[in-house]
Design a binder for this molecule. Structure first.
Ligand code: 3HC
Length: 293
């Protein structure tokens, strides 16, 4: 029997965190979204509001439903506000020291029964769990971008996870309309271990000028029927996020296919992280000319 709960905390309101807030609030949960300061909170709130407004303008959501969803969401700049949360999802940037800080706080603030979940795509869930005094109640809950749309959620179990926590994670994913897949904690889990090396391969083809970015993307959308080409998809998920996944795959498995394309590393170093920074393989700011073709 899975415990009943309705208060959810989401720590970190970037692209993924804001999407995860939307997923839970749409499913009827009361959600508290936490950020580090007022500016970050404002950005996270705008991501949520814009996404819901877009759904209203497309006729997918009524204004009443939009209001009801927003009424279920509260915002805070202190993790102390999560003291009464039944379930918390962390979606802060992928830096181990930051995860340590967040999980140390959550462990102190949240009740002993609260499940702490991480949306990490590149760090070890086992190591994150070890930052707490309840590693058996820490799981991975890995959403895909855009979180409100993509159906898959990887529920990540470690060698010390309580099976009840995995069951709860699976039930939560179902309750928010997702398709859960239980996976073990290994680099890339399942989906990214398959997907990210493919994206990296596309960068390598582009770097070697085999074709232009649009030709590479069209080759995949037209030939394989996927909704987006690899370079456009890389821009959407974030080049920094993909590079972090490749680096953990390379470190864990020591195989050449996981070595990041040199261009990818250079673009990340240059701050060209994709849509979220206005430029990646494509330009999203609209104020500069496309630089290749
Ligand atoms: N937030 C909320 N809803 C969104 C959205 C967003 N950011 N983007 C699109 N949508 C909704 C639209 O409102 C629309 O809803 P409707 O069908 O109810 O009207 C629906 O999604 C389709 O959107 P569009 O018509 O605008 O555009 P497309 O049909 O081209 O779909 C897409 C957009 C869903 C992004 C599609 O191109 C797609 O599925 N792309 C592949 C995405 C993918 O592979 N994601 C996984 C990345 S890997 C990852 O995230 C893991 C990480 O760890 C790296």
């Amino acid at each position: 029997m899975v415990q009943e709960f309705d208060r959810v905390g989401v720590v970190g309101l970037g692209t993924m965190g804001a999407g995860i807030v939307e997923v839970f609030a749409r499913a009827g949960f009361n959600v508290t979204g936490v950020e580090v300061d007022d500016d970050a909170l404002r950005r996270g709130r705008s991501l949520l509001e814009n996404s819901l407004s877009k759904a209203v303008s497309r006729g997918k959501l009524t204004e009443d439903e939009q209001r009801a969803i927003l009424n279920r969401v509260s915002f805070a700049i202190s993790r102390e506000q999560l003291g009464d949360a039944d379930f918390v999802v962390e979606a802060v940037p992928e830096r181990a020291e930051l995860k340590r800080e967040v999980f140390t706080d959550l462990d102190r603030v949240c009740g002993r029964g609260t499940i702490l979940a991480t949306n990490t795509s590149s760090l070890s869930v086992t190591e994150i769990a070890a930052f707490t005094s309840r590693p058996d109640r820490v799981i991975g809950l890995h959403f895909f971008n855009p979180a409100p749309v993509m159906k898959l959620v990887e529920v990540v179990s470690t060698v010390v996870t309580d099976p009840e926590a995995v069951t709860l994670g699976t039930e939560v994913a179902k309750r928010v309309g997702k398709t859960p897949v239980v996976v073990s904690d290994r680099a890339g889990f399942v989906a990214n271990a398959l997907l990210v090396p493919y994206l990296n391969h596309a960068v390598s083809l582009y770097e070697h000028r085999l074709a232009s970015r649009t030709e590479i993307d069209n080759a995949v959308t037209e030939a394989a029927g996927l909704p987006m080409g690899p370079l456009a998809l890389f821009d959407m998920i974030g080049l920094d996020v993909g590079l972090a996944v490749l680096d953990v795959l390379a470190a864990e498995f020591q195989q050449p296919r996981y070595v990041a394309a040199p261009l990818l590393r250079r673009m990340v170093a240059a701050g060209l992280h994709g849509r979220k920074t206005g430029r990646g393989f494509y330009d999203y700011a609209g104020d500069t000319a496309p630089e290749d073709e």
